[in-house]
Ligand binder design. Structure first.
Ligand code: NOJ
Length: 566
């Protein structure tokens, strides 16, 4: 596969083409016929510290996850992705790992994890876990040894230590979380690189010891029975030789968006993933690697070549906002690009790093999704946001490919947009001096029972829940056929019955603000506009609607979606 093979129209080209009514063509002419459970799987992201609290200490844990497995089976998901549960330094909600082979006491024990794996498997649910290879915690034994060792020592060579330039850091790289990406080590005046918080030193992936260590970590978890790994910052492991300046002055890095520069998406990362794919291959064909790679979609396709990863989140789709042309462009391009490498698209609308769909879509600037919404910002219209998010869910779940759901998405949870500064835990808030409120708003503990303390999550949730969560609790929604939870359950059941996730794409058509995606299983029509639009075809073909009465007398209501039988 050469670059030319995957180069299709550029993003601008697609947007231009969208001026016309019909936007994209047919998938699959050159796609390798392929199988694999992940290609059409619905994967549910569990953010353990906010999912369910088994021991009542205010922090979710693995016994909590275990207890809720029947809920997830009832929802109808195929797999779970567990965000980090490892012993951690506690600076970035678990993404600063002290022991990549362990379970933090706050989450339970390895035995609890084994129980989650066994019981999930018994329910037919696969489990993938987060792997954090770009950096460790500054409390990881290797980093502690590095600090105690001399400049130039093998202990320091596992990380990126460099002498400063004059009095300043070795280069001009900013941290993605704000401030410099370098911290000086007293007393020997070397600096170490951390693309994130100072508590997250970056590994040096040119060091064979680091590579061997991660292959051993993969085997450790594969031996325990995990079904795969979501690879954190998959595009960041290899840095350009010589660590050249970025040359962008004081401009901060985007928190969630396409990353460019000498620290991102270097060609050398692909050797690492090819080696990992070989390790997974020792365990059969069913274990997977999922890339979190914030690169252009053309470059993300490279991670999906047949001997590398199985999936990569489609962040262009996630970032398209409530904009028919942008969504149509993202869908068409994802189909084109993934088919070019024999992969299937991986749709995602929300995760723990971005403002939840309900809150994003409830703002006039629905595409401004990465910085977090705070009390001083324009507040979302939650009625509008919920209506649009329900329509967005039908689009996401109706598209061929895999779909990742973020816990609480099935309840239509919004972000907590009024957290006081004292409640904030995300290092982004601290490191940017509050310029970005950070991601805590999307990480609020789940509401399970409206009438119980902490809405059934537990006594004193580590982040406070907003008032709006009471009416959205699972027990309230379970009894309501019109609830968002009921909609997700119906959509997931119908998706499974109709084979929608594994269907062939036929056509993606944009007419004004109405998007119609036709596949071999069904037709999804979404009205992104504020006025009803006429839908052609047999009105008797209605399978599912995002809100009651979405389709009446051939007219599709504003901000609504339907699934139609072909
Ligand atoms: C991406 C993770 O999703 C995010 O939560 C984390 O802060 C960074 N990587 C650093 O590990």
């Amino acid at each position: 596969m050469t670059k030319a093979d995957i180069d299709g129209p550029t993003a601008t080209g697609i947007a231009g083409a969208l001026e016309a009514t019909e936007v994209a063509g047919v998938l699959g002419a050159d796609a390798t016929p392929a199988s694999g459970w992940w290609r059409s799987a619905v994967v549910y992201q569990v953010y353990p510290r906010s999912f369910a609290d088994g021991d009542g200490d205010g922090v979710g844990d693995l016994p909590g996850v275990r207890e809720k497995l029947p809920y997830l089976a009832g929802l109808g998901v195929d797999a779970l992705w567990l965000s980090p549960f490892y012993p951690s330094g506690g600076v970035d909600a678990g993404y600063d790992v002290v022991d990549p082979r362990g379970v933090d006491l706050v989450f339970g024990t390895l035995a609890d994890l084994d129980a989650v794996l066994a019981e999930a498997h018994a329910l037919g649910i696969r489990v993938i876990i987060d792997l954090v290879p770009n950096h460790s915690s500054s409390r990881h034994p290797w980093f502690v040894e590095a600090l105690a060792a001399e400049p130039g020592s093998p202990e320091r060579a596992r990380y990126l230590f460099r002498p400063g330039r004059g009095d300043g850091p070795p280069n001009d790289w900013p941290s993605k979380f704000g401030g410099s990406a370098w911290t000086r080590v007293a007393p020997d005046d070397e600096w170490y690189l951390h693309l994130y918080d100072a508590g997250q030193p970056d590994f040096d992936w040119s060091n064979p010891e680091v590579r061997a260590e991660y292959e051993s970590i993969l085997r450790f978890w594969l031996d325990r029975g995990v079904d795969g790994f979501r690879v954190d910052v998959a595009h960041g492991l290899v840095k350009a030789p010589g660590l050249p300046d970025l040359g962008r002055g004081d401009e901060p890095l985007v928190l969630a968006g396409v990353d460019t520069g000498p620290m991102w998406d270097q060609d050398g990362v692909h050797d690492i993933y090819r080696a990992w794919r070989r390790v997974l291959g020792e365990y059969g064909d069913d274990r997977i690697l999922v890339a979190e790679a914030w690169a252009t979609e053309e470059r993300v396709a490279l991670y999906l070549r047949p001997d590398e990863m199985h999936q990569a989140f489609d962040f262009r789709y996630l970032g398209a906002g409530w904009d028919a042309a942008a969504v149509a462009g993202a869908v068409s391009r994802a189909v084109e690009i993934s088919s070019g490498v024999g992969a299937s698209p991986t749709w995602v609308l929300s995760n723990h790093d971005v403002v939840r769909a309900v809150s994003r879509f409830g703002r006039a600037d629905a595409v401004a999704w990465s910085a977090g919404i705070g009390p001083d910002d324009a507040q979302p219209d939650l009625t509008l946001g919920t209506r649009r998010a329900r329509a967005g869910a039908l689009l996401t779940l109706g598209l061929p490919g895999s779909a990742y759901l973020y816990q609480g998405e099935e309840l239509g949870l919004p972000d907590h947009t009024e957290l006081p500064p004292s409640a904030r835990r995300d290092p982004v808030f601290r490191r940017t001096g509050g310029a970005s409120v950070g991601r805590d708003g999307a990480r609020i503990p789940m509401p399970w029972h409206a009438a119980h303390p902490g809405l059934g999550f537990g006594g004193h949730p580590w982040l406070p829940q907003p008032e709006s969560y009471g009416a959205l609790a699972v027990d309230v929604q379970e009894g309501d056929r019109m609830s968002t939870l009921s909609l997700y359950r119906r959509a997931l059941a119908l998706r499974r019955r109709s084979g929608a996730g594994a269907a062939e794409f036929a056509e993606c058509r944009l007419e004004g603000r109405m998007l119609t995606v036709t596949t071999s299983a069904l037709r999804v029509v979404v009205n992104f506009g504020g006025d009803p639009v006429r839908v052609d075809g047999d009105p008797g073909a209605l399978l599912l609607e995002s809100v009651p009465g979405a389709l009446r007398d051939g007219m599709l209501a504003a901000d609504a979606a339907v699934w139609l039988r072909l």
